[in-house]
Ligand binder design. Structure first.
Ligand SMILES: Nc1nc2c(ncn2[C@@H]2O[C@H](COP(=O)(O)OP(=O)(O)OP(=O)(O)O)[C@@H](O)[C@H]2O)c(=O)[nH]1
Ligand SMILES: [Mg+2]
Length: 223
């Protein structure tokens, strides 16, 4: 049953989309609104939804959420269209001790490298199709985010930048945040193979803005 903590075998050819970012950036909230927007067309067995936290460090495990077409009558783990994966956040100072935090980081990294499948276009379609790297629009791209981007590039994981909490930004702040993310992408892809997709999506997990853009990418893909 879902959410499940056990990754399904890559040989099932079911694509996965992970949501990664600093703690408190809004990963669980975004997945929650994705699941909500998919209802009617998609179903999730059970009622469990991602935990959204007041304190950073709410998500402590790798959680899988499956989506199924409305034509599927019995949803099982091996006939999902794709999975969304909620991950623990990185880079916060308080609330948990150093050891616990390192444990989460290690588990997240081990999980992501085990799902990397850069050959999905030619080989099987399972495993990680894209990591949505969430950046809090109010904070911008930080040192830890850049470390994580570099780490994904080294591990052949394709990712795209998503600016979150755009509802909390004024018009100008918002333009600034989107532009900053755009410049970051250009910088990341300079002289390297482009693991970072050339698109910034602005979202509000709370207001629902941009959620459809994420759905479109998961269902249709990137050019
Ligand atoms: N204004 C605004 N607040 C948001 C949005 N998304 C999340 N938040 C708030 O940000 C806080 C953290 O949200 P979570 O979804 O738990 O963040 P997370 O990235 O899953 O955090 P961890 O599990 O700790 O890594 C909560 O208080 C949310 O209500 C958004 O789109 N807009
Ligand atoms: Mg969370």
């Amino acid at each position: 049953m879902f959410p499940s903590h056990t990754p399904p075998p890559i040989t099932w050819n079911i694509p996965e989309f992970a949501f990664l970012g600093r703690s408190n950036v809004g990963k669980s909230t975004l997945i929650k609104s994705l699941l909500h927007s998919l209802s009617g067309v998609r179903k999730i067995p059970g009622k469990t939804v991602p935990h959204v936290g007041k304190k950073p460090g709410k998500t402590t495990m790798v959680n899988y959420y499956g989506t199924w077409s409305s034509t599927v009558s019995d949803e099982t783990v091996d006939n999902a269209d794709y999975y969304m994966v909620d991950l623990p956040g990185y880079g916060f100072a308080s609330t948990v001790d150093e050891g616990t935090r390192r444990g989460w980081d290690k588990r997240t990294r081990r999980y992501l490298t085990s799902r990397a499948n850069p050959d999905w276009r030619t080989g099987g379609g399972g495993g990680m199709r894209n990591v949505f790297l969430l950046i809090d629009g109010r904070r911008g791209v930080g040192g830890k985010d850049r470390e994580v981007m570099e780490w994904m590039e080294d591990n052949m994981l394709e990712y795209s930048i998503v600016v979150t909490k755009v509802d909390a930004l004024g018009k100008l702040e918002r333009i600034r945040a989107m532009n900053e993310a755009g410049r970051e992408i250009v910088e990341r892809n300079r002289g390297r193979f482009g693991w970072c997709r050339r698109e910034v999506i602005g979202v509000s997990g709370k207001g629902g803005e941009g959620v459809e853009d994420i759905v479109k990418r998961m269902e249709v893909g990137w050019e």
